[in-house]
Ligand binder design. Structure first.
Ligand SMILES: Cc1cc2nc3c(=O)[nH]c(=O)nc-3n(C[C@H](O)[C@H](O)[C@H](O)COP(=O)(O)O)c2cc1C
Length: 168
């Protein structure tokens, strides 16, 4: 085993990249238009009250904007959303250009997402170079059927075919 005090950041990234995750776009109505960022750190936390979390980097410039709004819509991305997702991680670009969405109370709901989780920020915990943001779910909806999820694994995008996909 490696000495935990000497974990190299690149090694940390490389090993954690073996944990497959879903991918979301956290989106809100900013004062000058829609704002959003890609995140694969979304996790379910609590049923009662209904809480989820995500972890923005302390270097994120979008997180302070989301924080100022106080509420956001978590869009769970589908397998065909790779290019859209890349856009939401890119700098110096209009992330919403050409992206279809509907306005919901908490933020933009991207077209063809797998689920929309509407949240209000409840709490924040500093955690190293990231912040753990705990958010209360105020509304939520899952697409009834259709697309496969976008999966992030070892730094690359893929998808997952549910066992019952043929019956959907
Ligand atoms: C698949 C994927 C997952 C990401 N997950 C996170 C995350 O959980 N937290 C985070 O701060 N950034 C995450 N990022 C990076 C941000 O999307 C991006 O670096 C950030 O939005 C940079 O712009 P900003 O300064 O506008 O925040 C992820 C990027 C990708 C492509």
């Amino acid at each position: 085993m490696t000495d935990s005090r000497a974990i190299d950041p690149a090694h940390f990234r490389q090993v954690l990249a073996h944990l497959p995750t879903g991918v979301a776009v956290i989106a809100a109505h900013g004062p000058d238009g829609p704002i959003g960022m890609a995140a694969n750190s979304v996790t379910s936390v609590s049923l009662d009250p209904p809480l989820v979390l995500f972890c923005p980097a302390r270097t994120s410039t979008t997180w302070p904007e989301l924080r100022a709004v106080g509420r956001f819509c978590i869009n769970v991305m589908a397998g065909h959303h790779e290019e859209v997702t890349r856009r939401f991680a890119a700098k110096d670009t209009d992330r919403f250009a050409g992206v279809a969405y509907a306005d919901r109370a908490t933020g933009p709901a991207l077209a063809d997402a797998l689920a929309w989780i509407e949240c209000e920020i409840e709490d924040e915990h500093e955690a190293g170079d990231h912040t753990i943001v705990v958010a209360r779910v105020v509304a939520m909806e899952a697409a009834s059927q259709g697309h496969e999820p976008l999966v992030f694994f070892r730094g690359a995008y893929g998808s997952f075919r549910p066992p019952d996909a043929d019956r959907a």
